[in-house]
Design a binder for this molecule. Sequence first.
Ligand SMILES: [Zn+2]
Length: 264
Amino acid sequence: MAAGTDGPGHSGATDFFLPVVIAFHGDLGFFLKRQERSAQPPSVVTRILNRKTSVKDVIEACGVPHPEVDLILAGGEPVDFSTHVETRTKLDVCPVSDDGPFPSARLQARGVRTFVADGHLGKLVRDLRLLGVDVSYRPEAHDRELLATAVRENRALLTRDRPLLMHRMLSSGYYPRSQFPLEQTVEVVQRFGLAQTLAPFTRCLRCGGQLAVISKTAVIDHLEPLTRLYYDDFQQCLNCGQTYWRGSHLQKLEQRVKTLIDLL
Ligand SMILES: [Zn+2]
């Protein structure tokens, strides 16, 4: 019997049966189950919906967090995350990219320059701060605090916690693919187009505050005798007061910056 003969009053959730084909383009296959990934993009999966479902929920049920998605086409036309899938259709899901079709239908904000990172990404945070990027970081912060900071201060969330990145409160974020800090740093710089904005050695590695030049006489009482003897150029964090000078540790940091810049 055709479903339509039941009339609208009887079309309960059990009657709903809607196959949807979803093509994940670019590197979004990274988030799919291994058996669903293609060797070459796109990775195409089929899902059967048994209730009216938003595009965001359809995509995230496949494992892809919405901040990773920049363009969604339903039947070839752009849609947003809140659009409901109501008819048999094909979804094309695309990662963030500065070229490609439908530039005005892109879903991710451009020009994001400030971040908040979860407690597992301390080395990434240190690298980004070394390059002068503004990253809020408190290792003990709970998920709720991370989300609140991201929303309140308009920061993109950096995390490898997928459910957290899927939270509906969040508009911008990134899941570092690599487990290695050096590669993660390169990923973040490239994903958010930060290369032209980098300013190494302008931020405090401890708190992320901005550094300002300070005279030797202003800090001399707090210096160790050898530091007092050998160094003349000092900077101080405007936020936490940490003092920096050109000590031997700087060579290691300069090498780290050079390594990072060379990779960009
Ligand atoms: Zn500081």
